[in-house]
Design a protein. Structure first.
Lengths: 223, 223
DNA sequence: GCGGTTACTATCCAGATGGATAATTAGCCG
DNA sequence: CGGCTAATTATCCATCTGGATAGTAACCGC
């Protein structure tokens, strides 16, 4: 709550509950059908509202989309912020903090598979929509992540001459993929990645593969 | 060419070049906008054809989609098949074959980022479309991949108690993600993952992280 | 060349969609 | 209560979409 970003589109005051309901419905519809195929009417119906009302609060479909994405990233920032307990648990140890973050991120991806889906749908070509959304929500955070990856590369956790960008997308992809493709996994393997057990198992596997307990600040991996 | 699967939808003979042109255009449009928002007219325009002609050869939009996906998987199978040279180069060594496959797969993902995008778009919910496509193209191949992953887990290359499904999606996600999100990477990092250099660098990083040269059939990673 | 099947085009249509606008209701200040 | 603004609904509209159909051109065995 502390730093709820001003949602640009809302030209008027709208009840907090309905606002969330609308954005949540929009999130699901946009993720399910993409910007083009999602319809204002379906979003309204899902939120139990009329088509005209959404157009009253968010003038255009595009502005609704921006508000939705803003909501998405805001929620992500909140859900991925380290709690005091976590900061204490990982005190000082960069690797331990990274492990905690990995687990948190895996759980976030499982909880909100729409996130990966929306980003991928928008990322067909450098559109004006994507450009604007990235400038507002992504550029800042990504710079920090990039720095962290560079540290992990220097420390020897990741291959010495890897590009930090490669490492970032490898790790995020490894965390997201199974949940974004959950229906595929169910249909082709008969495996449901969205059970509590499967989520935790995935988190542990990710940790074991990218930051195993034995990992040290050594340079063994040099090629 | 040898085993060109019968494309179900084509009720009539259609020139091989135009057929490819149509499916290639359809692939791009479906990947760009999703099934719902992609339009037959846009696909036709992209292939330089009339709207009616596509509806003549592929009766419905859905059948065009199936033909498109069949084309996609057929092409994938062909492009990922080991050549004689590769079989010789990796002779006997399972790990070396895995490394060769990883590099091939990364290059494939870079060449055809639509693949990941289409699969993810269809994988919002277990739809009839997805179900049918998986039954036809994925189920068989996935069983083999799964077996391989189980071997790699047993051999100690991957964490002992990992679920093979987790490992599969971790690796494929790690390979695909950066290319499926290429526009995002460009806009937020100023990094273009689709240059020759970047693609090869990514392949090497993937290999170094999942199957480094030093990797042996040891059990060091046991937790 | 001719009949007929196949390939392709030109139109038409009903339904849906984003958006605009008018009509109605609710809330609020006095 | 009365006026006024903001919230919400009800309609309307131009456009686009998948699909249907009728008409035309090309091909082919004879």
């Amino acid at each position: 709550m502390q730093h709820m970003v001003e949602i640009e589109a809302a030209s008027s005051r709208i009840g907090e509950d309905t606002r969330i309901a609308v954005l949540d419905a929009a999130l699901k519809e946009f993720a399910a059908h993409g910007f083009g195929a999602a319809t204002i009417r379906d979003i309204a119906a899902r939120a139990g509202l009329s088509h005209g009302m959404i157009r009253y609060h968010y003038k255009t479909k595009e502005r609704l989309w921006f508000a939705t994405v803003a909501f998405l990233f805001e929620r992500q920032r909140e859900e991925l912020r380290f709690t005091d307990e976590e900061l204490q648990r990982g005190r000082g140890d960069k690797l331990e903090m990274f492990r905690i973050w990995l687990r948190k991120y895996v759980r976030y991806c499982a909880r909100h598979p729409e996130h990966a889906r929306i980003m991928m749908q928008e990322s067909v070509a450098p559109s004006a929509r994507l450009e604007k959304a990235i400038a507002k929500h992504l550029r800042g955070g990504h710079a920090i992540v990039r720095k962290q990856m560079e540290d992990h590369i220097k420390s020897g956790l990741f291959p010495k001459n890897a590009r930090p960008e490669s490492v970032i997308y490898i790790i995020t992809g490894a965390c997201q993929n199974i949940f974004a493709l959950a229906p595929e996994a169910r249909l082709s393997f008969g495996y449901d990645p969205l059970t509590k057990k499967a989520i935790e198992a995935h988190a542990e596997t990710v940790v074991a593969m990218f930051c195993p307990p034995g990992a040290q600040v050594n340079t063994k991996r040099k090629r």
